[in-house]
Write a protein that binds this ligand. Structure first.
Ligand SMILES: Nc1ncnc2c1ncn2[C@@H]1O[C@H](COP(=O)(O)OP(=O)(O)OP(=O)(O)O)[C@@H](O)[C@H]1O
Length: 235
């Protein structure tokens, strides 16, 4: 099997249209890969471009140049140039993303919010809900919450719903943007175990973890994003 994620020479700058088209370079020549079963953590100071890298990899931010190669069902897809339909297809089957905050959908129950990625892949709703229930109970979300939409949940509760939703599929590449930021020690430990289980299953994980303890427990390698800073290159 090919390496699940290969990033090659990726550069990105933001154009500030309200500031006369000012260009703000964020990262340049980002190159690294993540093997199956490996968890790579993006490190470096605040504002250096860690979240921007994750967003480019997921196809949310356009890149100026470079390649983002994902092994999608045995075919290599370049997220940097793929058309939106192909990106959605890769997200459905191969590439998962757990953002820091849950984007809530009005009126949809928590159980269905978590089950939805499996249903989208054709898994019967009953089976998908069973798996969702298993994950929610593992993450200690009270059962009486399961039928409610998560919009009014606390920050930590919403984050656990988000984690359950992100971990329910067996995607080969998983991007994690501070998945434990709002969690208590008990639930942080659950998430660490869930990440370790993904590694055992051969998933390639790339994450941002500001919590040093969690980072030490999950990281195989820390990639300092400062090395891709254009400011550093110019210095
Ligand atoms: N949509 C955007 N438009 C303009 N500038 C942006 C945008 N997103 C990020 N930036 C800028 O790019 C730089 C990198 O931001 P990013 O969020 O990637 O950093 P980070 O390393 O994840 O920071 P933190 O650790 O504080 O979350 C910052 O200077 C930020 O202001």
């Amino acid at each position: 099997m090919a390496t699940p994620l290969v990033v090659s020479e990726v550069s990105k700058s933001f154009t500030m249209h309200l500031r006369g088209g000012l260009r703000l370079p964020v990262v340049s020549n980002v190159s690294f890969s993540v093997a199956g079963g490996e968890c790579v953590v993006l490190g470096g100071p605040s504002g250096i471009g860690k979240s921007s890298i994750l967003k480019m990899l997921y196809g949310n931010y356009a890149v100026d140049s470079g390649q983002i190669l994902i092994d999608h069902l045995g075919r290599i897809i370049d997220i940097a140039t793929a058309d939106p339909r192909a990106v959605l297809d890769v997200r459905r089957s191969t590439l998962g993303y757990v953002s820091q905050f849950l984007r809530t959908v009005p009126r949809v129950s928590t159980l269905d919010v978590v089950a939805e990625p499996l249903v989208a892949r054709g898994v019967p709703a009953v089976e998908a809900r069973d798996k969702a229930a298993e994950l929610l109970s593992r993450l200690n979300l009270p059962k009486e919450h399961w039928q409610l939409p998560p919009a009014t949940f606390s920050g930590g509760e919403q984050q656990r719903v988000n984690i359950a939703r992100g971990f329910i599929t067996n995607h080969n590449v998983l991007l994690l943007d501070e998945p434990t930021a709002s969690l208590d020690a008990t639930n942080r430990a659950v998430v660490v175990e869930m990440i370790r289980a993904k590694k055992k299953d051969g998933v390639a994980l790339l994450g941002i973890f500001h919590d040093e303890e969690v980072r030490e427990l999950v990281a195989d390698r820390i990639l300092d994003v400062s090395q891709f800073s254009p400011r550093k290159a110019a210095a």
